[in-house]
Design a protein around this ligand. Sequence first.
Ligand code: NZQ
Ligand code: ZN
Length: 389
Amino acid sequence: MEDFVFQNTAKIIFGKETEKKAGSEIKKFGGKKVLLHYGGGSIKKTGLYDRVISSLRENGLDFIELGGVLPNPFVSLVRKGIRLCKENKVDFILAVGGGSVIDSAKAISIGCNYEGDVWDFFEGKAEPEAAVPIGVVLTIPAAGSESSVVTVITNEDLLIKRGYHSDALLPKFAILNPELTMTLPLFQIACGASDIIAHTLERYFTPTKNRDLTDRLCEGLMMSVIKNAEFVLSKGKPDYDSMAELMWASTIAHNGILGTGRKEDWATHKFGHELSALFGITHGASLSIMFPAWMKYVYMKNLDLFVQFAERVFSVNPEGLKKEKIALKGIECLEKFYIKVGLPTRLSETEVDLSKIDEMAEKIVSRGPVGNLVKIEKADAIKIYRLAI
Ligand code: NZQ
Ligand code: ZN
């Protein structure tokens, strides 16, 4: 096991009608003037917007609002949010939505105390000295941004989608009410499940030796997500209990606990970000395409772990099979799961322009090789994209 420091202070408030607590929680964390940040309008259709506003008003909180966050959120709206917060002396940001809204809120929060352009953080040119505190009302189990120290933003002028890590980005609290997920389209639920599994796989496939506890935590989490996502997708509509399992899994998969004591990989997310930046592919769908391809390229580098994945997560029967065959069966089972829940597993199922593979591979390694199980260079990246065709 590797040495590690683990700290996650995001307060999780889980359960029915918990969005009513948004106002009182903001008050507890010292907020007085709030930016209410949200996406393309789902929260207005579902009535969540009205309930959140009532909670703010009941707690005597003054607020302004900024909606319109798109999936794969744009830096232009972040810049607008920063201007608004500075002009109105906002001291708390409430993100109501999914990973895109939360990430946009996080980027605004560090931009408010910085004189330069917020993209500087993503270029490694600046570190936040302070951040406006953030709270979250989560509406989709997926990105895990509600208790992560990451924000992922798209610079639409440069066509770059990039993550930025800082402890300053951790939300103060996150409200998780599974009832709020009942209006999700099935495709978004499947994409969410894919992202949760991807966050687990990025940690699971490691070069670190001797990691029994976190291996088993990762395996248990993936088995639960597969079971509940398949159940919801086969029924054709979400139910409270399954969505509650997925919602808690989304947080646990990305709050840092599964990566304790092990080197993490994260190459596959970078492959996915290129597909989203250039072609607008939904995050979870980019990962259901790229994970099998990456796995097929690297599995021989830690064959025993890929065998363990196949046997424990998908109950592949090893009898009479060589290790290599068992590992490949595990990858095949994962692909079958994606297909079962309606996700793409090949670039050829999408609008991706394959002539851009070289350009995407170049961008992935623009700041050096990526990944830890295998250090991916440009030539590897091209081969992995080709495996995904
Ligand atoms: O914008 P609205 O109208 O709200 O619609 C959204 C959006 O179209 C809709 N939606 C969300 N909750 C709903 C709902 N529709 C009906 N009912 C509800 N209850 O779902 C669509 C997708 O929303 P989005 O926020 O984009 O989804 P997700 O949570 O999957 O977030 C994806 C973003 O998170 C980033 C991804 O890169 C991507 O940009 N990630 C952030 C991470 C982090 N900060 O730690 C880690 C992840 O790896 C990921 O990269
Ligand atoms: Zn992700």
